[in-house]
Design a protein around this ligand. Structure first.
Ligand code: BGP
Length: 481
């Protein structure tokens, strides 16, 4: 199937190369359950969610016990890849160094063995929002001790699982981890509009990424390594308004640019740096990016094998001069979200562009614009994978199925724009829908469903949705209808 024809030519016909990866994505904390058993150490989310009392991550979709069923489903539905993450605190319960937890270590050996038995290649992330609690509460990546500990944990995983895993990602969505914690205040120990801490934490986490990349390469491990960024194209609301253009540039640096420069340059372009300083001044603080960090990051920038892009939406920015005014729509009450940040701008909705019930803007062309931007600005990128993309819905199981035609349309439109980027010469090698099965959502709980497979959280029964059947056909034929 599709194996002799060049990718660009295939893309023009709506087809994918034979080795394209089609899969579903998961993250340890959102699927595994068994949060405080089998020797797993605490993460900050455990107490935070318990205090909030809105919803529990336990047992989520019980992946700890049911991973083989989910991999069997993946195989049956034509998928050849899966994104999973290793829970750091399942391996090192207290973070830092110390003795690894044998049960946790064994669990991931078993998981990877099951992946291979089902012909579903594991794409493994080392950190998906779940630093061990002791490190997290002690400053997380603002504290250099966490950077050291992360490198030690990464080295351990490369040595331990190197025979089973050949696709590694260091971090998932440093932007979400920092913006939600230091700007929006919706994540544990949340702060509001502390732009300098947000940007410093982004830099420090990218230093940790760089150190892990160097450890991987110097250790002679086989396979590929990269990082996953949550990217959103930032358009000025009025493309002719200078203040809106500046707001879009601010939000671009906050969400995308610092991280992309750090990834592919290893330092910050003068234009990026000027905006970083502007943002810091707006929140009355500063950042420090020592030359010794940049030297490490520049070296790693040449060695990244791939970039994972998580793309859900883009943004339209208006200039905003008032006090910060934020409301996170974590309930699915459409139209309740507000994002106005002093010194950055206002994320506005545009009439005529659809949104989900959680106010996420549906704009598939943004994925194309982002991929072209990366290919043109960072010609040293090697390979892009879409590591998350999907639609949160209040799915309902009716007569033994879920009709999620909207989700099919969403995924199909994004895949078409990804193929358009391939047609224009961008190297895109895989697509993972978020999510494989319905799972726990950090600030939304369980009514925001994303999966190919519906999960009844009482019985843990899985039911394939219409999107799963549609995706199976795409994966098996290597073409969009
Ligand atoms: C990404 C994360 C995932 C996942 C997804 C959907 O940011 O990598 O962990 O949660 O977004 O987000 P949400 O669950 O907030 O709708």
């Amino acid at each position: 199937m599709n194996d002799q024809i060049p990718a660009q030519e295939l893309a023009a016909q709506g087809r994918f190369p034979a080795d394209f990866v089609f899969g579903g994505a998961t993250a340890a904390y959102q699927v595994e359950g068994a949060c405080r058993s089998h020797g797993k150490g605490k993460v900050a989310w455990d107490d935070y969610l318990a205090e909030q009392g809105r919803f529990s991550p336990e047992p989520a979709c019980d992946f700890y016990n049911r991973y083989d069923d989910d991999l069997e489903l993946s195989e049956r539905f034509g998928m050849n890849g899966i994104r999973v993450s290793i829970a750091w605190s399942r391996i090192f319960p207290e973070g830092g160094t110390g003795e690894p937890n044998p049960e946790g270590v064994a669990f991931y050996h078993d998981l990877f063995a099951s992946c291979h038995a089902h012909g579903v290649e594991p794409y493994v992330t080392l950190h998906h929002f779940d630093s061990p609690a002791a490190l997290y509460t002690n400053g997380d990546f603002l504290n250099p001790e966490t950077i050291d500990a992360f490198e030690a944990y990464a080295r351990f995983c490369f040595d331990e699982y190197g025979d089973e895993v050949t696709h590694w990602f260091t971090f998932n969505e440093i932007a979400a981890a920092t913006i939600n914690r230091y700007v929006e205040g919706t994540w544990p120990l949340g702060k509001r509009v502390c732009l300098h801490e947000c940007l410093q934490a982004q830099h420090n986490t990218m230093l940790a990424h760089a150190r892990a990349v160097l450890a991987f390469k110097r250790g002679g491990h086989r396979g590929s390594i990269g990082v996953i960024h949550a990217l959103e194209y930032k358009y000025p609301y009025d493309p002719n308004d200078a203040a809106d253009i500046a707001a879009a540039a601010n939000d671009d640096v906050l969400q995308n640019r610092l991280l992309l420069d750090a990834t592919f340059r290893g330092d910050y372009a003068p234009g990026t740096m000027a905006i970083i300083e502007r943002l810091c001044a707006a929140s009355g603080g500063s950042v420090t990016f020592p030359e010794s960090d940049l030297a490490i990051m520049r070296e790693a920038a040449r060695l990244n094998d791939c970039l994972g892009i998580n793309y859900y939406q883009s943004r339209f920015l208006k200039a905003y001069d008032g006090e910060s005014d934020l409301h996170h729509n974590g309930t699915g009450d459409k139209g309740t979200g507000r994002w106005r940040v002093a010194g950055v701008g206002e994320r506005a909705l545009r009439p005529g562009i659809p949104t989900t019930d959680w106010d996420w803007i549906i704009y598939p062309k943004g994925l194309f614009d982002l991929m072209m931007d990366i290919a043109l600005r960072y010609p040293n990128y090697k390979e892009l994978l879409i590591t998350e993309n999907g639609m949160g819905r209040k799915d309902e199981l009716v007569d033994g199925t879920v009709d999620d035609a909207e989700r099919i349309e969403y995924v199909e439109d994004h895949l078409r724009w990804a193929l358009k980027a391939v047609e224009c010469g961008v190297n895109v090698t895989g697509y993972f829908m978020w999510s494989l099965q319905d799972q726990f959502s950090w600030t939304n709980g369980y009514n925001k469903r994303y999966g190919f497979f519906h999960v009844d959280f009482e019985t843990q029964r899985r039911t394939p949705k219409a999107s799963a059947y549609w995706f199976k056909r795409v994966a098996e034929t290597g073409r969009l209808a």
